[in-house]
Design a protein around this ligand. Structure first.
Ligand code: NAD
Length: 462
């Protein structure tokens, strides 16, 4: 449809991380000519060879396909795209600022500035990064100023098009999204984006064209809602842990109410990753900047509930191992000293190698710090985890992790772990027992095979 449209053929994608690399490959798949731009030369070299620097199902194949077809190229040079592309997507990072809740906007600002100073033809810049509300208005002002000052040819406009892809499903979510939201300041900008998204539009994907602040807020509101849903069920976990009851049955039962819905009501070790935690913190910081300090305060409670889940897993491990030593009230360090703990999973979610703010990796590191001998295995994330916490003992298979372990803790619900044979696990471990940090195992079946399992939201009687 690139040829059928009104002439949008060339697209640049600035930032080639999880979002940008996926977007670039998917735009090529939709028929456009695409150049991905990044300031990290090592990343660009690998991508240009058709190698994906991170794990995402189906994406490596798509990149190879379009590097080979010639529709997808990569560069570190903005000049290469400035006189070439009709549409420039910005997908650079907006991480949490060190020591603060607010988002670090320096990468987005730098990308916008580099584009404004290199574009030399009519073009649309489309922000995809998740940003504090008000950013697009501010950047539109900056863009106008920079263009007036540098006097380059071409009219350049800004739009905002938040991204909702989920890691692990990034290709599918990009090619067939649930909805497309665009913040636009002109009919022309909307028209250009309709051409870019002609394929999903033809498949009846809901199209929401709105103003800048609404588009920016849709993204952070969606993430705040999802984080709240997870923390909501985890708050009830704290109650069932205190008085008994089955958190999974509770979630199933309330989930049958269509107004509530069952998804994202899984009690467990909580949310993490490069988005939800920093996005709810940035939203609180932005609300406070706007003088609305109380408005998003509930999110700090959601954050606290979420972080308490990590402590809960550590406490459970300490209790189990302290009971062995015959002194339940032992200091954690005594209880964990020399205990071998198999850590199953360190990615923040399955089908991803992302360990940014991963609850699993946080728990593993806390246990190590308290003196445990941690044997860590993740099907994809060992290398990223080792780059952050090199002192943990990373092993190459789940069997190796479990062998001679005094306790196993399932922290990322990879299929490989969900499908473990409990009888085999019982054979491998020194003392067969497991903490299910994601509530994905059939506790009765595991107990029958000789591996007692403690889950999240479960009252534990010592
Ligand atoms: P990332 O850290 O994986 O990638 C960011 C990339 O931008 C890096 O490769 C970095 O080198 C590059 N970069 C930084 N400054 C640059 C510049 N001036 N010019 C060119 N490249 C530059 O981050 P990500 O996970 O892809 O997230 C990017 C944005 O997308 C964030 O705002 C995030 O909140 C949002 N988002 C991410 C996801 C997700 O699942 N990862 C989903 C939706 C939205």
């Amino acid at each position: 449809q690139a040829e059928e449209g009104g002439g949008i053929v060339r697209i640049s994608v600035i930032g080639t991380g999880y979002l940008g690399a996926t977007h670039a490959a998917c735009m090529a798949e939709l028929g456009f000519e695409v150049i991905g731009v990044d300031i990290d030369p090592a990343k660009i070299e690998r991508l240009a060879r058709g190698e994906l620097p991170f794990h995402e199902p189906g994406l490596a194949e798509l990149i190879v396909k379009h590097v080979e077809s010639g529709r997808l190229r990569f560069t570190t040079d903005y000049a290469e795209v400035g006189g070439w592309a009709d549409v420039h997507f910005i997908g650079v990072g907006t991480p949490q600022r060190s020591g603060e809740h607010a988002a670090d906007m320096r990468y987005v600002d730098a990308a916008l500035t580099s584009l404004a100073e290199s574009i030399s033809k009519d073009a649309l810049i489309v922000g995809k990064s998740t940003v504090p509300v008000g950013t697009a208005d501010r950047l539109a002002g900056l863009l106008a100023q920079l263009r007036a000052a540098n006097g380059l040819p071409g009219t350049v406009e800004l739009a905002w098009n938040p991204e909702f892809l989920r890691e692990g499903f990034a290709v599918k979510d990009t090619l067939t999204p649930d909805r497309i939201v665009v913040g636009v300041a002109s009919e022309h900008a909307e028209q250009v984006l309709r051409e870019v998204y002609a394929a999903p539009l033809a498949a009846d994907t809901p199209w929401i064209a709105t103003d800048f602040p609404t588009a920016e807020l849709v993204k952070v509101a969606a993430n705040a809602f999802l984080a709240t849903k997870i923390s909501f069920i985890n708050a009830f976990s704290e109650i069932t842990e205190a008085v008994g009851g089955d958190i999974r049955t509770l979630a199933d039962a309330i989930g049958h109410d269509a107004r509530i819905g069952r998804r994202f009501l899984n009690a467990g070790v909580g949310f993490g990753g490069g988005c939800l935690p920093k996005d709810i913190r940035a939203l609180q910081a932005r609300a406070a900047e706007l003088g609305l300090t109380s408005t998003m305060r509930f999110l700090s409670e959601m954050d606290a509930i979420n972080l308490r889940r990590r402590e809960r897993v550590v406490d459970l491990a300490v209790d189990v191992l302290a009971a062995d030593a015959g002194h339940r009230r032992a200091a954690p360090v005594q209880a964990l000293q020399g205990a071998r703990i198999a850590i199953l999973g360190v990615a923040f979610k399955p089908d991803s190698d992302d360990v940014r703010d991963s609850p699993a990796l946080d728990v593993a590191n806390r246990l190590y710090t308290l003196g445990a001998d941690t044997a860590v295995y993740d099907p994809e994330a060992n290398a990223n985890a080792a780059a952050r916490f090199p002192r943990l003992d990373y092993v190459d298979s789940v069997e190796e992790a479990l062998r001679d372990a005094d306790l196993a803790i399932l922290l990322t619900e990879w299929r490989e772990f969900r499908e473990l044979d409990p009888a085999r696990v019982a054979e491998l471990m020194a003392t067969p027992r497991l903490i299910d940090g994601r509530n994905v195992l059939d506790r009765d079946a595991w107990a029958a095979a000789g591996v007692p399992v403690v889950g999240m939201g479960q009252k534990v009687v010592h």
